[in-house]
Design a protein around this ligand. Structure first.
Ligand code: XIL
Length: 317
């Protein structure tokens, strides 16, 4: 039998992962089989605050546990996503109905509850997701309003305290290559390290949508974060094209791009690549932006290997 991506990754001591959802894991045996290709899992939605907290005094861990149990059973590296974010907040959490002090208590309690529950089980946490605004500065969020900028440091401290063995990441998009946003994140994380904040890594989401950044610049970016002593992971990769102008050989171009990114990032010291979905029909992108092609991942709608799959396997090899 041909080797899986996982076989190759395991042999080289690197990780290849996918974002995983609870529903297909429960119902689709092909989905479970396809997960045999990966040695790492990120919880796609199940650990976000909204899905986890149906009401203010209630947690529903069922979806998260389905994913966590599967990952443990299959000896997969498990990335928890995400403790502090401005999106997918619970519907009951209408920030203007809460005082700053209440919001502070809520967030502290949330991080401690969730990170604490999975202490010793979840290997890595995206503690804070997308805190930097696209036009510079910190993004306006309920958490920034309630705490000022210190919410980021505090979140890492709470997580470290309740889950001392987990590696703790700052995760963001649009910061894959060297650019203004990644410069700003570089400054932010350098400052945190100087202050002694317990941060271990940076997650580069890497949604390559209409524009595909230069992998050479991505590698340079990986290297500078790595030189800070941070673990650098590609956390949410997908590669799409503008549907109206997509090249006829886009599957081959997509493969080449995936392959080059993985190869250059490995050389630059990144050892973990997570794609944002198992097969094309699970991708979030058609819901996010309908002008994109709908085939951004490594496996097609029938769970068959795409050229991108072969390219990633070759790159890992
Ligand atoms: C996406 C999920 O894939 C979708 O199912 C959900 O509807 C919206 O969120 N950056 C992130 C991820 O950090 O959490 C997002 O995931 C994609 C962009």
């Amino acid at each position: 039998m041909a080797e899986t991506l996982r076989d190759v990754a395991d042999r080289h001591g690197v990780r290849i992962g996918a974002a995983v959802a609870a529903d297909p894991l429960r119902t689709d045996y092909q989905y479970r089989d396809a997960l045999g290709e990966f040695n790492a899992v990120t919880t796609e939605n199940a650990l976000k605050m909204g899905p986890l907290c149906p009401s203010e005094h209630e947690y529903d861990f069922r979806d998260a546990d389905v994913i966590v149990d599967f990952a443990r059973e299959h000896d997969m590296y498990l990335r928890g996503h995400t403790l502090v974010w401005h999106n997918q907040l619970p519907e009951w959490l209408l920030p203007w109905q809460y005082t700053d002090a209440e919001l502070r208590r809520l967030l502290r309690q949330h991080v401690r509850t969730v990170a604490g529950r999975y202490a010793g089980t979840i290997d890595a946490w995206d503690v804070v997701n997308e805190a930097v605004a696209d036009d510079g500065g910190l993004r306006e969020t309920p958490w920034l309003r309630a705490f000022g900028e210190e919410y980021i440091d505090r979140a890492f401290e709470w997580a470290r305290k309740v889950a001392p063995e987990a590696t703790l990441f700052y995760n963001d998009y649009g910061a894959d290559a060297i650019n203004d946003k990644s410069d700003e994140i570089y400054e932010l994380l350098s400052g945190m390290l100087e202050r002694g904040v317990p941060i271990d890594g940076v997650g580069l989401q890497y949604h390559a949508l209409h524009d595909h950044v230069d992998p050479v610049s991505v590698a340079e970016n990986v290297r500078r974060f790595s030189d800070l002593g941070l673990d650098v992971q590609i956390t949410e990769m997908d590669v799409a094209y503008t549907a109206a102008t997509a090249p006829p050989d886009r599957r081959e171009q997509q493969a080449e791009y995936y392959g080059e990114v993985v190869e250059r990032c490995l050389e630059a010291g990144c050892d973990t690549f997570v794609v944002w979905g198992v097969a094309d029909h699970h991708s979030w992108l058609p819901h996010f932006d309908e002008t994109l092609t709908e085939d951004p991942l490594l496996l097609d709608d029938g769970y068959d290997h795409k050229p991108a799959y072969d390219a990633v396997r070759d790159a890992l090899e």
